[in-house]
Write a protein that binds this ligand. Structure first.
Ligand SMILES: Cc1cc2nc3c(=O)[nH]c(=O)nc-3n(C[C@H](O)[C@H](O)[C@H](O)COP(=O)(O)O)c2cc1C
Length: 241
């Protein structure tokens, strides 16, 4: 595709042109990826279910000082199929059931997607270990006790932010945010046990899970699990990476 910038690479306020894009791409290509040393995954030695393997890998990420291993990408799709993705914090783990929780505001785009289409995907990438995990499945909403526990376990600033305004709605500017946050801080100080009606904790119960272990020599290992009918465990397949 031709660049719309007409080759204009510099100049204050100009859109970077083709040469600037090429220079950026050259630097991008030079960035190392999956450089190692990386752990090895023996596909013959993985657990029968994905929950314990996720727990092992998260434990290793925490021990290995992977930055923010609890940050994950949530992908949803609207009723018309329009996809969207964003990063969230992992808020709950049920290893036995291979289910994972996240929390958000019911007015957000992701929540609207989930109301219309209660299925989603979660992705983790831990570069220091060359590991990607993908999970996908139906998403449910947890009850009021779990919601209150999740919300009240947060620090004061996080709680105030949740009261401040409708996530994903247009904001007129920083003043509107400051004003709403000030009022929300007063509310949290006055009523420390209050939980916003919009705070929602979701649980994704994996129907499928995939573990991808990079190898610096490119002998990557990719193991896929699929949940069988109720109580019948998981089917496991090795996939071409
Ligand atoms: C590191 C990080 C952690 C985040 N954690 C959350 C979270 O736990 N819940 C949440 O609703 N948004 C979280 N966000 C903000 C979301 O990425 C997103 O911007 C917001 O939820 C609105 O998304 P939506 O309009 O697609 O619903 C986080 C953002 C970052 C960068």
């Amino acid at each position: 595709m031709e660049s719309g910038g007409g080759g204009n690479d510099s100049g204050s306020g100009s859109v970077p042109g083709r040469r600037a894009d090429e220079a950026l791409l050259a630097r991008t290509r030079a960035a190392p990826v999956l450089a190692g040393p990386l752990p090895h995954l023996d596909p013959a030695a993985v657990p029968d279910a994905p929950g314990p393997l996720f727990a092992q890998w998260l434990d290793a990420a925490l021990t290995g000082a992977v930055p923010e291993p609890h940050v994950m990408t949530l992908s949803t799709a609207a009723a018309d199929g329009t996809p969207s993705a964003r990063v969230l914090i992992l808020r709950g783990i049920d290893t036995a059931d291979c289910a994972y929780d996240f929390a958000s505001d019911s007015r957000s785009r992701k929540s609207r997607d989930l109301a219309a289409n209660p299925r989603a995907a979660l992705t983790w990438y831990w570069p220091a270990q060359g590991r990607q995990i993908r999970m996908a499945g139906p998403v449910g909403v947890l009850g009021p006790d779990a919601t209150a526990r999740d919300f009240l376990g947060r620090g004061e600033h996080a709680r105030a932010a949740a009261f401040a305004g409708p996530v994903s709605a247009p904001l007129s500017g920083p003043e509107q945010y400051d004003e709403a946050l000030r009022a929300a801080r007063e509310l949290v100080a006055a009523e420390p046990g209050r939980v916003p009606a919009t705070h929602t904790v979701y649980r994704l119960r994996a129907a499928e899970a995939e573990f991808w272990q990079a190898d610096p020599a490119r002998f990557h290992v990719r193991v896929r699990y699929e949940r069988r009918a109720a109580g019948e465990g998981w089917a496991r397949t090795l996939l071409w990476p």
